[in-house]
Design a binder for this molecule. Structure first.
Ligand SMILES: [Zn+2]
Length: 394
């Protein structure tokens, strides 16, 4: 059965907030303690296994009376799952040697304590009891683990469920849709519908700069510095929320009305090279938008075709296939000199991407690798033949 995770914002009271922060501290304490233990043993030529580290931590923690009141599963997982994975990655040379965890960075703790229960819009956590959630759990099934984490001022729970729930719906009567993504409009569909781009960074830029400047003038580590740092984090969080909200609304609306999708392959690194555009490109986070779209399409069983990265979806005429040599970003309307068609620039690109998805202009070989499209090759041959005829002496 597949595991699915739902991340839900929590609405804890003050006592619960304090408890959450304490558990983050306990997870960090266990991790750092065991890592220090591992390091010192390694210096003496001894390699300690995760179970050995856990065993030694269980003895060492007796010296700290406060650890008795904590959720022991949290410390256990911190060593057995997190530290063990970090050491494993280092051993197999996938990562550097694990670092000690710092307070306030990626604060989180995980438990799979048997006492966890979910009921409507609340969750029962070990030792602290029922905590309010802003949403109810999307999946039904066996609870596998819960992770509590903090982003800026907000606490979240990620609930992993072993579920058989499927979201598959009959979309066979829906059309194939091409989607052009961009800075001015987040997404333009080949059916003409458009989804706006909120560009939150642009809106919050001044506020963020001011807050960051104020932070730089505070004494690092002081109470004022900590509270200002929280303010900066809240602005970043606000920006991310606005962006994600727009992405989720658009992607959900799109996957609910299509049977297949055609998109372009983004060259974000290329786009970032243009200094005038770089900020706007990162602000829209187009890569994040497309990955959300792909994930949602996948859960619904909707095929997604990505055009080859050399496919000129903007420069090609969707009506006759003529390809323009130059097309500036300021040209909002595509005008074809061959067939005299005038069409919105983004819709033109979206229609081209739809055609890619339908398979008109591009095909895939057995390995799924984009190959030179047969249709275009045939067209080129035909054009060459015409040229030859014209060049023949009369
Ligand atoms: Zn044309």
């Amino acid at each position: 059965m597949p595991l699915k995770t739902h991340k839900i914002a929590l609405d804890p009271n003050n006592k619960q907030r304090t408890w959450f922060a304490q558990q983050c501290g306990y997870a960090r304490f266990a991790y750092n303690h065991a890592l220090a233990d591992f390091k010192s043993a390694l210096a003496n030529g001894e390699f300690l296994s995760a179970s050995k580290l856990n065993e030694r931590f269980n003895v060492a923690k007796q010296a700290f009376a406060w650890t008795k009141t904590q959720d022991q599963v949290v410390a256990n997982r911190s060593i057995f799952v997190n530290l063990s994975a970090a050491i494993g990655n280092w051993v197999s040379k996938r990562a550097r040697f694990p670092k000690f965890k710092k307070r306030g960075k990626k604060d989180a703790w995980t438990t799979n304590n048997q006492s966890v229960q979910v009921e409507g819009k609340r969750i029962k956590l070990p030792k602290i009891g029922w905590v309010k959630m802003f949403q109810s759990l999307r999946w039904t099934g066996k609870l596998m683990k819960v992770t509590i984490s903090r982003t800026a001022h907000r606490w979240f729970v990620s609930i992993t469920v072993d579920t058989e729930d499927t979201e598959a719906v009959d979309n066979s009567t829906h059309p194939v849709v091409g989607i052009d993504v961009g800075i001015n409009t987040l997404a333009t569909c080949s059916d003409g519908s458009k989804y706006d781009n909120p560009r939150p960074l642009k809106r919050y830029e001044r506020k963020l700069t001011r807050a960051q400047r104020r932070l730089s003038k505070r004494v690092k580590g002081s109470q004022n510095w900590i509270s200002q740092k929280r303010k900066v984090a809240r602005i970043h969080y606000r920006i991310a929320c606005i962006r994600n909200d727009a992405h989720h609304k658009a992607t959900t609306a799109i996957v609910n009305k299509v049977s297949a999708i055609g998109i372009e392959t983004l060259k974000v690194t290329n786009m970032l090279k243009n200094k005038k555009l770089a900020k706007a490109v990162s602000d829209t986070a187009l890569g994040g938008f497309l990955s959300k779209l792909k994930t949602k399409a996948e859960t619904l069983g909707i095929p997604v075709t990505e055009a080859s990265q050399f496919y000129a979806s903007s420069k090609t005429c969707s009506s006759c296939g003529h390809k323009k040599k130059n097309l500036t970003l300021s040209e909002r309307t595509y005008h074809c000199s061959q067939c005299d068609v005038s069409i919105d620039r983004d819709v033109n690109a979206a229609i081209n991407l739809r055609n890619v998805a339908v398979g008109h202009t591009e095909t895939e070989n057995a390995c799924g690798v984009q190959v030179r499209p047969h249709a275009e090759a045939r067209e080129t041959e035909a054009r060459k033949a015409v040229w030859k005829q014209q060049l023949l002496p009369i």
